[in-house]
Design a protein around this ligand. Structure first.
Ligand code: MG
Ligand code: MG
Length: 267
């Protein structure tokens, strides 16, 4: 069942989303060769608690950490480890926070030092596909319209769209209805309604869309060993249109990136 949010609830969700956005912004300056993902995890946990929230993933379904850390060929749900990041790596950092009984859930794939042009392009296209999908989250559309738009965009570059893992409704639970696949057919699936809040999160592989899972029961990797990218925003449907609750602004401020990509989703 889709849980529609009131205006007041959406404001609380914005607060939770922004704590995650600020956490990712703080991490942006720390992601560099030599740092371990476990060190980043500890920084994030402290930062979230200092902001009056609780890490949203810690203990969720038994996950042992604050961040999902998925480098290079890992798609999502990787664990923080003691292995240092290396020049040329990419690292998907997915972070959740719980405040005022509402979750924020938001992810960015960072470059570690200088990254190959081919991989940079995968990141660029995956992030663009996130906005291509968000643009379709509006009154009159259905779940399949978002998935179709993301799939069509990414496949036009020859990339693989992961099928087994999907975006989702967000609220008092981390995963609410509806599921938001990154593939689909136009005009299919549940209808969007005013007051819905969803996490849209394309997981896009440079090669095949096929994945495998490690024996740890969590870590998802590409089946062909090629890199994978992941970006996620929290979005509310307000006045018939998508409104971003999360922002990459803090990341861009930390990295000195100029961008107006989020402007059309603020009103
Ligand atoms: Mg997430
Ligand atoms: Mg999510």
């Amino acid at each position: 069942m889709i849980k529609i949010k009131t205006k007041e609830e959406i404001e609380l969700m914005r607060e939770s989303a922004l704590i995650v956005s600020k956490t990712l912004g703080m991490l942006a300056s720390e992601v560099k060769p030599g740092v371990t993902t476990l060190q980043l995890d500890q920084l994030a946990e402290t930062f979230i608690r200092d902001h009056g929230a609780v890490p949203g993933f810690l203990g969720l379904y038994g996950f042992p950490n604050t961040l999902c850390m998925s480098p290079n060929t890992q798609v999502v749900h990787g664990f923080p480890t003691n292995e240092p990041l290396k020049e040329g790596d990419i690292i998907s950092i997915d972070c959740g926070a719980l405040k005022n009984e509402f979750y924020g859930d938001h992810a960015y794939t960072f470059e570690v030092g200088e990254v190959d042009a081919e991989i940079k392009k995968l990141l660029k296209v995956t992030k663009e596909s996130l906005y291509v999908g968000i643009r379709e989250f509006k009154i009159g559309n259905r779940v399949g319209d978002v998935g179709y738009a993301i799939q069509n965009y990414c496949e036009s570059f020859g990339y693989g769209v992961v099928r087994e893992l999907v975006g989702h409704g967000l609220g008092r639970k981390m995963h609410e209805d509806p599921e938001m696949p990154n593939y689909g057919k136009r005009g299919r699936g549940k209808k969007f309604q005013e007051g819905m809040v969803v996490a849209i999160e394309p997981m896009i592989n440079m090669g095949t869309h096929k994945i495998k899972q490690l024996k740890d029961g969590w870590t998802i990797l590409t089946a062909d060993g090629k890199p994978s990218a992941h970006f996620e925003h929290d979005v509310a449907l307000v006045n018939g249109k998508p409104e971003l609750l999360s922002t990459f602004k803090y990341i861009y401020d930390a990295l000195g990136i100029e961008s107006d990509e989020e402007e059309e989703f603020r009103h």
